[in-house]
Design a protein around this ligand. Structure first.
Ligand code: 0K2
Ligand code: SF4
Length: 326
């Protein structure tokens, strides 16, 4: 029997990532060659998306990535060089700093992350305390908590629920990061509901369509595979969650490996493997998956099938500052 690859679908770019990358791409295309003042065509605050290859490719085309706005010189602000905020969003403090310096911000925050920011503001206005499930220090969580640090209580795991103290007269609502594991989050929610039975859930899940679709597909593929390769960078929350979901579904049959690209694959992973499943995170260009498939073909996996769980048709328009340019 031929060794087989099963590709998970949906995988790879989501609408928010596509929009964020297009945002930087549009600005780069509109800039014509190097500027006489030596300034770059665009600054990007933090990685536009959490993928090493995407960032390297945009940097090679002239985008300058900064961790904080204070790395952007005043001459760039005066010259109106655009500053793109990443797909993961920023806290109001960052926006205030940009306003103070009159930076030409182009906000590539995913609209679905923006939705959670607005939920925080609305619930705080209505007198709620917010329990937010997210990863401490992750860009998205930092931005959301920053909307109202005194009213947003961040927890990561079910075990953290015991650390929370609220009296029954406290209005409580739950919000989450967009890229969490659906199954693990269900466990945390169950623990929260046991301790605070009156806690309210958001009007619709904050875990976004792309995250849940990719997890569902990877699960189905892993159930039919002996081993999985998940393409995505180590700091990409949704990619790491995909690897965890794949591992859980594989069980004792095999292991899921996360790689940035084909070069990180170890042929020994595939000893005795007949079927390998492949997927990729929401920030991963499909050419990297093609590279993984090519390498697997070289290892004798000659048959390629696809398992599709749903067809996505989500699309977000570019940030308003750019709409005239395309
Ligand atoms: O999964 P992460 O939030 O770490 O981010 P990326 O890998 O950049 O994927 C895009 C999601 C961005 C926001 O939800
Ligand atoms: Fe938006 Fe979801 Fe993509 Fe994040 S993973 S950028 S929330 S669509």
């Amino acid at each position: 029997m031929a060794r087989r690859i099963i590709l998970a679908n949906p995988r790879g770019f989501c609408a928010g990532v596509d929009r964020a990358i297009q945002t930087v791409d549009t600005i780069l295309k509109a800039s014509h060659g190097p500027r006489p003042d030596g300034l770059p065509p665009v600054y990007v605050r933090r990685q536009i998306v959490h993928n090493r290859h995407v960032v390297e490719q945009l940097a090679a085309r002239g985008a300058v990535f900064v961790e904080e706005l204070d790395e952007i010189p005043d001459e760039a602000a005066a010259a109106g060089i655009p500053v793109v905020f990443s797909a993961h969003g920023v806290s109001p403090a960052v926006q205030r700093e940009a306003d103070r310096r009159a930076l030409a911000v182009v906000d590539a925050t995913c609209p679905l992350v923006g939705k959670v920011h607005r939920e925080v503001l609305r619930f705080v206005r209505e007198g709620y305390e917010i329990v937010y499930i997210g990863h401490d220090g992750h860009d998205e969580a930092v931005g959301v908590v920053g909307e109202s640090p005194e009213h947003v209580h961040l927890i990561e795991h079910a075990a953290d629920v015991d650390k929370l103290e609220f009296t029954p007269d406290t209005k409580l609502v739950l919000l989450t990061q967009t890229t969490l594991s659906v199954d693990e989050t269900a466990d945390v929610i169950a623990a929260l509901q046991r301790r605070f039975p009156w806690i309210e859930l958001p009007p619709s899940s904050d875990i976004c369509y792309a995250t849940s679709n990719r997890q569902e597909a990877v699960k189905l593929v892993a159930q039919q595979a002996d081993c999985m390769v998940v393409v995505g960078s180590a700091n990409s929350s949704n990619s790491v969650r995909l690897m965890e979901v794949a591992n859980e579904a594989l069980g004792a049959r095999g292991e899921a490996h996360r790689v940035d690209d084909a070069a990180e694959m170890d042929p020994a992973w595939f000893d005795g493997v007949d079927t390998v499943g492949v997927s990729s995170g929401a920030s991963v260009p499909d050419e990297l998956v093609a590279g993984v498939v090519e390498r697997l073909r070289g290892l004798g996996f000659s048959e390629v099938d696809t398992v599709e769980t749903i067809r996505e048709n989500m699309h977000f328009v570019l940030p308003k500052e750019l709409r005239a340019q395309r």
